[in-house]
Design a protein around this ligand. Structure first.
Ligand code: NAD
Length: 367
């Protein structure tokens, strides 16, 4: 039986509750004699600050480096609102992204037919939606220098952020998008603002050249990021893979997220550069946060976290069949009418985190 090393960072709030359900799913694969997952657990976010005075310890960073993949729950909460900026809970996630060089953020937006009613758009616009937003995660305006606030000395200040992209950064994220598209419906839409931004002109040029040189079999469309936002809420099913920079990706992926009903449903993957063996550092996490309002009550929807584990199987370990089994189990459970509170819709009865996990395990056993 194949064996993989997972490093679990459940974090704060509902993080540990949803990661617990993933552990049960991972253990199920081992007990079924299919794949063995060796799991170690560390601390990140507020709980790491309480234990070590840092948002993640050096020893846990070393374990993250050594693992085949990291599964991350969520961090933060009101308890840590006043901790110093450098050790705030989010600093743990940013450190992981930076040190593992996770430049590609993959956020699928899938609308299960059973949940089409939960979307803020008309059901016919979103039913069966299956798009993938590929966001550049380590460059652009969030990291470019100079980044500062200058005192102009006349009672005025100036805030500066710098949007900067080099050719290699655009090429490597473009490659991730084209490769994904080949395994899906073979279409990439690239978003930038070439009409007003030089970085957008370069982004467009580099993606166009990469497409011509290596991916001419994939359909490529370019769109201005603002128009892309509009189209995402007008007719989202026209898209397959959308690739865009850090800032636009942040916004567009949140728009796409809401098309699918609930934050509790949305998985994500963050991938690093492939090494000589084709292996990438990778971190998988739900899109949602630590949900302090429901933490500790057993109400959290574990589907985003379990879906993130399915992405881990698919993208880190090449276990597409096993990932399909998990995703089918989730779809079947939803089709059966089982609902956590966040996706309740008109359901008369709502279920809790563990019961949802039980139902997914039961479906897995049937598959
Ligand atoms: P949130 O995602 O934690 O919660 C938003 C709303 O969605 C809440 O009403 C919550 O109950 C609900 N929700 C979220 N996930 C759910 C799930 N799995 N099942 C059922 N309901 C769910 O966002 P927020 O309230 O803006 O932030 C809360 C804390 O989380 C803050 O400290 C914030 O900084 C942190 N946060 C962390 C991450 C992360 O760890 N990656 C991401 C976003 C926010």
């Amino acid at each position: 039986m194949k064996s993989y090393k997972l490093f679990l960072l459940p974090g704060d709030g509902i993080g540990p509750e949803v990661v617990r359900e993933v552990v049960r799913v991972a253990d199920w694969f081992g007990k079924a004699g299919l794949v063995h997952f060796e799991m170690e657990t560390g601390l990140v976010g507020g709980c790491a600050y309480d234990a070590h005075g840092a948002a993640i310890s050096e020893s846990d960073m070393a374990l993250a480096h050594a693992a085949d993949a990291v599964l991350f729950g969520a961090v933060g909460g009101p308890k840590w609102d006043a901790v110093p900026y450098d050790v705030r809970p989010e600093a743990g996630l940013l450190r992981l992204r930076k040190d593992l060089k996770l430049f590609a953020n993959l956020r699928p937006a899938i609308c299960y037919p059973a949940l089409a009613e939960a979307s803020s758009l008309k059901p016919e616009l979103v039913e069966g939606l299956d798009i993938m937003i590929v966001r550049e995660l380590t460059g652009g305006v969030y990291f470019g220098e100079p980044k500062q606030i200058i005192d102009l000395g006349n009672g005025q200040k100036r805030g500066i952020d710098t949007q900067v992209y080099d050719t290699y950064e655009i090429e490597r994220i473009g490659r991730v998008a084209f490769e994904l598209a080949r395994k899906r419906t073979n279409k990439v839409t690239s978003g930038e603002k070439r009409n007003v931004m030089k970085s957008g002109v370069l982004w467009n040029e580099v993606i166009t050249a990469l497409h011509k040189r290596e991916y001419a079999d994939v359909t490529l469309e370019h769109a201005l990021a603002d128009s892309l936002a509009m189209q995402l809420v007008r007719a989202p099913k026209q898209f397959d893979v959308i690739v865009t920079d850090n800032l636009f990706g942040d916004i567009l992926s949140d728009i796409a997220a809401m098309l699918t009903g609930s934050l509790g449903m949305l998985p994500s993957a963050s991938l690093g550069e492939a090494d000589a063996k084709g292996q990438r550092k990778a971190l998988y996490e739900p899109v949602h946060g630590s949900a302090p309002d429901i933490a500790g009550k057993g109400l959290a929807n574990p589907i985003a976290m379990i879906g993130s584990f399915a992405m881990c199987l698919r993208y880190s370990f090449g276990l597409g069949t096993e990932a399909d089994r998990i995703e089918t189990a989730i779809a079947n459970v939803l089709a059966s009418g089982l609902r956590t509170a966040d996706i309740r819709g008109n359901a008369s009865h709502v279920t809790g985190t563990v019961e949802m996990g039980d139902a997914i395990l039961a479906e897995l056993a049937k598959s």
